[in-house]
Design a protein around this ligand. Sequence first.
Ligand code: PMP
Length: 280
Amino acid sequence: RIVYLNGTFLPIEEARIPVMDRGFLFGDGIYEVTAVLDGRFADNEAHLRRLDRSLGEIGIPNPHTVAEWTAIQNELVARNNLTEGLIYIEVTRGVQERDFAYPANLAPTVVMFTQAKPVRANAGLAKGASVITVPDLRWARRDIKSVALLAQVLAKQAAVNAGANEAWMVQDGVVTEGASSTAFIVTEAGELITRPLSHAVLPGITRGAVLRLVAGNGLTFVERTFTVEEAKAAKEAFFTSASTIVMPVVSIDGTPIGDGRPGRLALQLRELYIEALTAR
Ligand code: PMP
């Protein structure tokens, strides 16, 4: 596998990050993940915009223009013969003798790699995903896509340990989001609900795409918080992310959602989004 590191394409075994990289020592960095379908990027401009915003929010200079990022991504996809999977970008503040404070004009570290994996066909899709709820232990700026992901690591592992697929994080009784996804429910009245954007959640690119599809197909949605009890009583639940697209949720903490099978709206939105991404 060929990876990109600071201007060079090289075999992954030969790529080296210095011990004093602030990404390693402090989690002082930003990342992005874009899906690749039929060799094409899914909503890549939006991902690169969010990358730029996240970097700006923590004062790391964006080392590349959109055109430069895209050119590197294209070359990496070509060198790895990737047709379906993910492309990962990480930018850390750079390398410096360990110190919490950082000097001006540190050169950021840039790492990019691809992961070949099925995105369209998902082994868990026929059955649907099971979700557990966990306390949201994260910091107060979850809108920044930081590589400091300890709370999400623990949440996801708790889900795996419980035999579940995803953890929905809960604060003050309401669902914030999944460990690596945006949470949605559909009420018995047919209302599609997801949390409004704020510092409390990551502005999901897939979330935005799905809401545009919903609006474009004459369906309605409401941006508001919802409780765990409301989610358990919902007609449907699902989550979205670049890697899972739209994933129906069939149980929360062991409580079946609706009839316990993948919901119709979730599957419909998944199809619509894939269609939009792969249309020529
Ligand atoms: N929330 C969190 C906490 C995430 O980690 C992710 C995935 N990066 C998402 C939401 C979904 O974002 P996107 O649709 O842009 O992948």
